[in-house]
Write a protein that binds this ligand. Structure first.
Ligand SMILES: CCCCCCCCCC(=O)SCCNC(=O)CCNC(=O)[C@H](O)C(C)(C)COP(=O)(O)OP(=O)(O)OC[C@H]1O[C@@H](n2cnc3c(N)ncnc32)[C@H](O)[C@@H]1OP(=O)(O)O
Length: 166
């Protein structure tokens, strides 16, 4: 990568959306997440699971639900600190999530001390909880991506395809 990877920070897209690197070129969230309202440490989202993410008949794949929580839990803190990574993510699946049906997600910052963030969210439909998520986030170290790239460059592929430190 020729640019400084650590300069990377989420900035609003041309239409004002906060999007990840994969979605920014589309100017739309491919997970179906939209911010509905943002106040202080709480953000409300409207989310629609695209049918392409179904895992069972008419219901979302659990990986979609986890990705949505990773996204919304980051967004709630990204509004304050643009350089974050997820350290841990826990999801409780309470009821199936329907595809192509708007559901609400409320995400909040529970605790923020130094580089450490604790955030949580609930996904509901008509007031009934479908899933909850909780994450620990970290403000990135200044050379987070550069360190990763340097580490990766030291890994060599062996003839059987496995990696070894060179
Ligand atoms: C819609 C808007 C956009 C939404 C975007 C969606 C956002 C999605 C957010 C994500 O999903 S981020 C991607 C998933 N998360 C990661 O890839 C994070 C990977 N984990 C880490 O980089 C580290 O474990 C972490 C920075 C979380 C550690 O933080 P800590 O505060 O717990 O520990 P610390 O910083 O002391 O580092 C612990 C160890 O990791 C090492 N370390 C930290 N950062 C590193 C790094 N960048 N490269 C290599 N090693 C690293 C560090 O040196 C140290 O090594 P030792 O144990 O040997 O001392």
């Amino acid at each position: 990568m020729s640019e400084d990877p650590d300069a990377s920070a989420i900035a609003p897209s041309p239409s004002g959306r906060l999007l990840c690197g994969g979605c920014a070129p589309h100017d739309a969230c491919r997970l179906g997440v939209e911010i509905a309202d943002a106040r202080d440490d709480v953000v409300r989202f409207e989310v629609v699971c695209p049918r392409s993410w179904h895992g069972g008949p008419g219901v979302a794949h659990g990986g979609w639900t986890a990705a949505v929580f990773d996204d919304v839990l980051s967004v709630v803190a990204l509004r304050v600190e643009p350089r974050l990574v997820t350290k841990s993510l826990a999801v409780s699946y309470l009821r199936p999530v329907p595809v192509e049906r708007p559901v609400q997600v409320l995400a909040r910052i529970d605790r923020h001390v130094g580089r450490q963030w604790e955030v949580s969210a609930e996904m509901t439909l008509a007031g009934t909880a479908l899933a909850t998520g909780r994450a620990e986030l970290r403000t990135r170290h200044p050379h987070h991506f550069a360190r990763h790239e340097a580490w990766l460059a030291r890994q060599t592929l062996s003839p059987n395809g496995s990696h070894a430190e060179s």
